[in-house]
Design a protein around this ligand. Structure first.
Ligand SMILES: Nc1ncnc2c1ncn2[C@@H]1O[C@H](COP(=O)(O)OP(=O)(O)OP(=O)(O)O)[C@@H](O)[C@H]1O
Length: 277
């Protein structure tokens, strides 16, 4: 019997430079199976760049990324997706003029086996795959609570629903690991609560491991098993929500020196300035 690896993902000593700027410097992260890990840090800290290294969008200058113990540096992004890593983006990337279900069907495209010939001649394999894909897309839409909107134009969905649609599309690949870049950005409190619930359900029902970048500290503290904190491309802390909230280095990196609780400070600054970013 083969031993299950300890971590779904291990990023070891990741460094990436853009010209003279070191955007991520020697950052390591171990992600246990079925965990929810958040990456936080001030603007420009290197969070998205680190994500891009993990998912193969950027080739890092140093370090190794292991997915289920297999090194994945240099593997094309579509192959990484086929191995079981899916992601969403900071800015919503939907095909806005296509229907909701079409957006989900596109996410399954890389896994289909039908050839051009199958499609051209509408072979049995082609028809069976199409049927299975549509059924799967319907199930995914039901899962994210959008089953009733399958035939609507994606652009007509409310903002929070568009973010959930992106997740449904990312699930089309049957991922083991889902990378979510600011899943709650721009959401109202109701949409944020629904997203928190969905992320927890992805883990509990589908057994998917989640790594997310998020600026909303209430979300981060509510949802995470562990939090990685970046500042100026460096890892300055990692720990549980309780550990991170009281970590002086983290509080200073975000908001300057002081003793106030991180969530309280964040909420106060957000109220004062509209948005901390
Ligand atoms: N393709 C690129 N070319 C040059 N510089 C880049 C590139 N991508 C990111 N950077 C720089 O790397 C640094 C880290 O950027 P990154 O987007 O990873 O930060 P972030 O923590 O995700 O910020 P935010 O919270 O604002 O999204 C920034 O100084 C950014 O300008």
């Amino acid at each position: 019997m083969t031993k299950k690896p300890s971590y779904v993902l291990e990023a070891e000593n990741i460094t990436i430079n853009f010209g003279g700027l070191t955007a991520v410097n020697d950052v390591s992260l171990q992600v246990p199976f079925e965990s929810i890990i958040s990456i936080i840090g001030p603007n420009g800290a290197g969070k998205t760049t680190f994500f891009n290294c993990i998912s193969g969008f950027y080739a890092c200058d140093n370090g190794t990324v292991f997915f289920q113990e297999r090194p994945i540096n240099g593997i094309p992004t579509d192959e990484i997706a086929n191995l079981g890593i899916s992601r969403t983006y900071q800015n919503i990337r939907l095909f806005t003029n296509m229907s909701v279900i079409e957006n989900v069907l596109i996410g399954q495209q890389p896994r289909l086996r039908s050839t051009c010939i199958d499609t051209l001649f509408q072979t049995f394999r082609n028809r069976r795959e199409e049927k299975q894909s549509i059924q799967k897309a319907c199930n995914l839409l039901d899962f994210v609570g959008l089953g009733a909107y399958a035939d609507d134009v994606a652009n007509n969905l409310p903002y929070g629903a568009q973010r959930r649609l992106e997740i449904a599309r990312a699930l089309g690949n049957n991922p083991h690991l889902l990378l979510l870049d600011e899943p709650c950005a721009g959401m109202n409190p109701h949409e944020t609560s629904a997203m928190i619930e969905l992320i927890n359900t992805l883990r509990s029902q589908l057994k998917i491991t989640i790594v997310l970048i998020e600026h909303d500290m209430k979300v981060v503290m509510n949802i995470s098993d562990s939090i990685l904190v970046l500042d100026h491309g460096e890892k300055i802390a990692q720990g549980t929500p309780d550990e991170i909230q009281s970590n002086q280095k983290v509080i200073e990196a975000y908001l300057g020196s002081g003793t106030e609780n991180l969530v309280e400070k964040y909420s106060r600054r957000k109220a004062d300035k509209g948005n901390l970013d």
